[in-house]
Write a protein that binds this ligand. Structure first.
Ligand SMILES: [Mn+2]
Length: 452
């Protein structure tokens, strides 16, 4: 029906029309008809949406037109750039490129959230098509799997299992932070081989397997790097910015830096992929927890879609209190954190600096980072730095609320990170000496006007 609609529409313009693939068309029209299209505001975009033959997905059209080129070839090139733009902006729109001049039409579902949702839907369906003909999914997150990796992997596992596929999550070294959540999958309700080590995964990986990488897109960061070399079909689903060494040979790559977490993305994919996917409460907990951790309790990088994903998970049984209980701290950790906050010094009015005593703590650097986070709740504090001495090194955790860029600050000390979350490791000096260096960097940055 859509085919007929499109053909009839362009027939009216005596167009040359070729179907390139089952859902792609190429057309050439005389210039005078372009004005007609512009005047109609490309009403064909709306016309195809009215087609309803019980299709679960709403059909949308994207059009790219090249005009004003010096040759047919150049117009064709403009048209290709235009269609790329239309699709990149979320589809359901027409883009006309006339030399440097670019005009956009349609895209009535205009808000950014909604248009990018097209991408989620398209990616979800591509994912389904990709795994439909395969037997097995191997899912892995990044090294030292955190809650976001775990939740996202569990969501993908549920999708695969619902579709009747054998699925395993690759997990080798398990760190303490996720153990309570992980143990909930060892209660007999889940197959014993839901989680397998890399070695086992390597044995299972064959032509009919899909390797799904979640919560990272860097080959050097994945839980099982050797799997990447062997896998024929790779899917990447991540919310981190792509870097130089991102995974190149993925059949399907869904990297959305607007997303708060991998779990937010998987929560959307679950909803779009099929109505049959029903996630259980314990899985919803894991995914909700991933969002909570990555957004630091909905305080960072939280958009409309983050809340909608959380609402979806809540409806599917995620329990806020249960998740809170899983995140409760050991008294020793809590004391050390409180002590660090208690001893904080306010430097140059806006910088909270402190030390975290590692004595008797399992993960003192994590506690130091939490103290730095909490110090941002103090009025007037723009950035915080907590130093922790652990295994002969001084670990600096730097956090900023918004104005100060702690990434730049930590880079000056050989570290790195993001604008609001950064760190550095210094060797061969005491934590007091390290803090002196931090102060020097702050002074220097203030002097140069890099921070105010
Ligand atoms: Mn994450």
């Amino acid at each position: 029906m859509i085919d007929r609609k499109i053909v009839r529409y362009f027939d009216g313009m005596q167009a040359i029309m070729k179907k390139l693939e089952k859902d792609k068309y190429f057309f050439v029209i005389e210039r005078r008809y372009l004005q007609e299209l512009l005047d109609s505001q490309f009403d064909i975009l709306e016309q195809v949406k009215t087609v309803n033959i019980g299709n679960e997905m709403r059909i949308t059209l994207s059009i790219g037109i090249g005009d004003g080129g010096g040759s047919y070839a150049q117009c064709y090139d403009f048209a290709r750039q235009a269609i790329d733009m239309a699709l990149g902006r979320g589809g359901d729109q027409a883009v006309v490129k006339d030399g440097e001049n670019i005009r956009y039409f349609g895209g009535k579902s205009n808000s950014k959230e909604k248009t990018t949702r097209v991408k989620a839907r398209v990616k979800a369906h591509a994912f389904r098509e990709l795994i439909e003909n395969k037997d097995r999914l191997l899912i892995m997150g990044h090294k030292l799997m955190d809650i976001d990796s775990l939740g996202a992997a569990v969501g993908i596992w549920r999708i695969a299992t619902t579709m009747g596929k054998e699925a395993h999550i690759v997990s080798s070294a398990v760190n303490g932070a996720i153990r309570p959540m992980l143990e909930r999958f060892y209660n007999g309700d889940y197959p014993e081989d839901m989680f397998i080590p890399e070695e086992k995964a390597l044995q299972l990986l064959d032509e009919d397997s899909v390797l799904v990488v979640v919560d990272t897109n860097r080959p050097s960061m994945v839980e099982g790097p050797r799997l990447l070399d062997v896998a024929k079909t790779i899917v990447v689903l991540d919310h981190h910015r792509q870097s130089q060494d991102s995974i190149r040979n993925a059949q399907l790559s869904y990297v959305e830096t607007y997303a708060s977490s991998a779990c937010e993305m998987v929560a959307e994919v679950v909803q779009y992929i099929s109505d049959d996917v029903k996630i259980r409460a314990v899985e919803a907990d894991a995914m909700y927890a991933g969002i909570v951790i990555d957004t630091h309790n909905f305080q960072n990088q939280t958009g409309v879609r983050t809340f909608e994903a959380a609402a979806f998970l809540r409806r599917n049984g995620a329990d806020v209190t249960r998740v809170r209980k899983l995140f409760r701290e050991k008294l020793d950790d809590y004391r050390a954190k409180s002590e660090a906050i208690h001893n904080a010094e306010i430097y140059r009015e806006n910088f909270a600096l402190s030390y975290c005593d590692a004595t008797g703590l399992d993960n003192p650097t994590v506690v130091g980072a939490q103290a730095a986070n909490d110090l941002l709740d103090v009025i007037g504090v723009k950035a915080s730095v907590v130093a922790t001495t652990f295994r002969e090194k001084v670990y600096l955790s730097a956090r900023a609320i918004d104005e100060v860029n702690v990434q730049v600050m930590m880079e000056k000390l050989g570290g790195g990170g993001h604008r609001t979350i950064a760190g550095a490791q210094l060797s061969g000096l005491t934590q007091e000496e390290a803090m002196e260096q931090v102060k020097q960097v702050i002074d220097e940055m203030l002097l140069k006007g890099e921070i105010s």
